[in-house]
Write a protein of this length. Structure first.
Length: 382
């Protein structure tokens, strides 16, 4: 169950692939596929949710329903408002007579629906964020969204048979705040067998790919690049927020070493970024989730056999230091990150690339999926 298009969302897609590979008959509740359906695993049914409207009126209605869900004293009404807001109204009735063995839930707001249709099924909740602080920089979130998120964690998440999450920092937060024990299940891509490409000492190519979210402060990457010597260049592969992308392009317009490339399909990411030398993402810990993030791109850079360059984010820095696969700045500042990068030699980068080649064999879906496979087998006895 996902509020996204699971064919283009790496984490739920990999769980579907795993379940299919285990011989399970899989139904997927999610948005319509936008990619090539033939590339998606052969599932039993695709239960299609209606996409959210993008007009001003739709956005206003969703805000009203969010506020109603947050302040309503009755849980039944809260669930109704959530179903209107995320367009899964009516699915409880449609699926009420189904008999599932296992339900995997990818979004917090779908938990009430999962409990309404479980009929004895085991529930796995995939906590991809620490939800009470997901957008804590936003006053609206703190006022209207946060109360409902806390309600959902306390009423539903605590009752799931298994909770998995993406980093140790998030595990600790769920345990401390809600008493929820969870299993670390990282967002690793499938193993790719590829050679290590040596670095051109005169042209060190850096890359960033991902969503153009303002809270990631991607302008900091541009500020850092400006402080780097002429060996360095930076290419962005961005999706989302056209307005923010335009601002970034304007900010970078005076430096010809910065380019904005067309985004690529999920399956093309690793082959494309393998042509670079450094996977660059510097996130200052402006929010709890950014501080403890361990995102897809971190592991994709490793599979691409390119050096990882980050700030001292604890969950990522621990792995970089363990495997020697990158560089970590001394502190969270543009100047510190620039100093760390300027101090790199061609030999340093190639050494980190070779360490990525070792790490790629362990930090891959083939290894990580053993955790989820074990959880599923324990829950349903397959």
């Amino acid at each position: 169950m996902s509020l996204t298009d699971p064919s283009r969302d790496p984490r739920p897609r990999r769980i579907v692939e795993l379940c299919v590979s285990m011989g399970l008959a899989v139904d997927v509740l999610g948005l319509p596929f936008k990619g090539k359906e033939c590339a998606f695993p052969k599932i039993q049914r695709h239960l299609k949710l209606s996409p959210l409207g993008t007009g001003v009126q739709n956005k206003l209605l969703r805000r009203i329903w969010a506020l109603c869900a947050a302040v309503s004293p009755v849980e039944t009404l809260r669930c109704v408002f959530d179903s209107w807001r995320f367009n899964f109204k009516g699915w409880s009735k449609k699926l009420s007579d189904e008999s599932f063995d296992l339900i995997v839930i990818e979004d917090l707001q779908l938990l009430p629906l999962a409990f309404q249709i479980k009929n004895g099924a085991k529930l796995i909740f995939d906590a991809r964020e620490y939800y009470p602080k997901q957008n804590e920089e936003s006053p609206w979130f703190n006022f209207a969204e946060k109360p409902r998120r806390i309600q959902l964690c306390r009423k539903y998440m605590v009752r799931c048979d298994t909770v998995v999450t993406v980093s140790e920092g998030l595990r600790e937060a769920f345990k401390k705040e809600f008493g929820i024990s969870s299993v670390l299940y990282r967002s690793t891509p499938s193993y790719v067998d590829m050679p290590v490409r040596l670095t051109d000492k005169d042209h060190i190519k850096m890359v960033y790919h991902g969503a153009a979210n303002r809270n990631r402060q991607l302008e900091k990457l541009i500020e850092i690049l400006v402080l780097l010597d002429d060996r360095f260049s930076l290419d962005f592969f961005l999706v989302g927020s056209p307005g923010y992308q335009s601002e970034l392009k304007e900010l970078a317009s005076k430096d010809s070493r910065i380019r904005f490339m067309k985004p690529v399909a999920l399956d093309e990411i690793i082959p494309i970024i393998s042509k670079y030398d450094i996977g660059f993402f510097y996130y200052e810990p402006s929010t709890f989730n950014l501080k403890h993030c361990l995102p897809n791109k971190f592991f994709e850079y490793i599979q691409a056999r390119i050096m990882v360059a980050i700030g001292p984010s604890p969950d990522m820095a621990e792995l970089v230091k363990k495997y020697g696969c990158g560089v970590v700045s001394e502190s969270f500042s543009v100047e510190s990150m620039a100093e760390a990068l300027n101090g790199l030699s061609c030999e340093d980068i190639d050494r980190a690339k070779r360490c990525c080649d070792v790490a790629a064999k362990e930090l891959c879906f083939e290894e990580e999926s053993k955790i989820m496979r074990g959880i599923i087998q324990n829950l349903i006895g397959e």
